[in-house]
Design a protein around this ligand. Structure first.
Ligand code: VGL
Ligand code: ZN
Length: 203
C-alpha cells in the first residue's frame, strides 16, 4: 500500500509568507493533482508555539540564519513562522484539504525542532506518523512539499530509515536555498540514501 505525504504546504512557506520559499506556491496544484490517486493522504503541518526555540526572536542577540544548538542538535534560527492557530500556519488556501486523510502536526515542543514528519530532530519523540502508516499497511511513500532542504529531506531520510520505499516528486518540492544549490544537494543526498526521484507525470 502506497501513501502520499504532503510536507508543510503552509502559508508561511509560500512566497508571501514569513519564511518564504521561492515559488513554493507552484507545488500546490501538483499536490492537488496527485491526491486523488492515493487512498491515504497525510499532510504534515509545522505547528510551533509562539516562543519556539527555532525562532531567532526567542534568543536575544541572534538573527534568522544564525546557527545555534537546540535539543542537543544543531539548529538554524528562523523568523517566527507557523505559529499555532495563526494564518501563517494554515494550509495554502488553494490546497484541496478535503482530500487529506490525516494531518500530522510537528514542532510543538519549544525545546526541539521537528523538520521530519516522523520524529523530532533529536529523534527521541515520534509524531505518530510511523504508527499511522503501519496501521494502513503502507510500505511505500510518495513525498512532496516544502522545503526540499529541510522538512522534505528530513522526512525522506526518516522514511528510508524506517524501511519504507520512498519516492520524491521533484517538481512538487521547492527549497529555501539559504546557500544557492542547497535544494539540489538535498535531492542528491536523498537519492544517495536510497530515495527514488521522479516527477509528478510519472506517479
Ligand atoms: C521548515 C524551516 C523551519 C520546512 C520548517 O518546512 O522545511 N523549514 N521550519
Ligand atoms: Zn518550523
Amino acid at each position: 500500500m502506497r501513501a502520499l505525504i504532503l510536507v508543510d504546504l503552509q502559508n508561511d512557506f509560500m512566497p508571501f509568507g514569513a519564511l518564504p520559499v521561492a515559488a513554493g506556491d507552484e507545488v500546490v496544484p501538483i499536490a492537488n493533482a496527485l491526491m486523488p490517486r492515493f487512498s491515504l493522504v497525510v499532510a504534515t503541518q509545522d505547528w510551533h508555539p509562539a516562543d519556539h526555540g527555532s525562532f531567532a526572536s526567542s534568543h536575544p542577540g541572534t538573527s534568522p540564519g544564525d546557527v545555534t544548538e537546540l535539543g542537543g542538535v544543531e539548529q538554524v534560527l528562523w523568523p517566527d513562522h507557523c505559529v499555532q492557530g495563526m494564518p501563517g500556519a494554515s494550509f495554502h488556501s488553494a490546497l484541496d484539504v478535503a482530500r487529506i486523510d490525516r494531518v500530522i502536526r510537528k514542532g510543538s515542543d519549544p525545546e526541539v525542532d521537528s523538520y521530519s514528519g516522523f520524529f523530532d530532530n533529536d529523534h527521541r519523540t515520534s509524531t505518530g506518523l510511523d504508527a499511522l502508516l503501519a496501521q494502513h499497511a503502507v510500505d511505500e511513500v510518495v513525498i512532496l512539499g516544502l522545503a526540499t532542504d529541510y522538512c522534505v529531506q528530513a522526512t525522506v531520510i526518516d522514511a528510508i530509515g524506517l524501511g519504507f520505499g520512498v519516492t520524491v516528486v521533484t517538481d512538487g518540492c521547492r527549497a529555501v536555498d539559504i546557500t544557492p544549490g542547497d535544494g539540489d544537494q538535498a535531492l542528491a543526498f536523498m537519492r544517495a540514501e536510497g530515495a527514488r526521484l521522479t516527477t509528478s507525470n510519472d506517479i
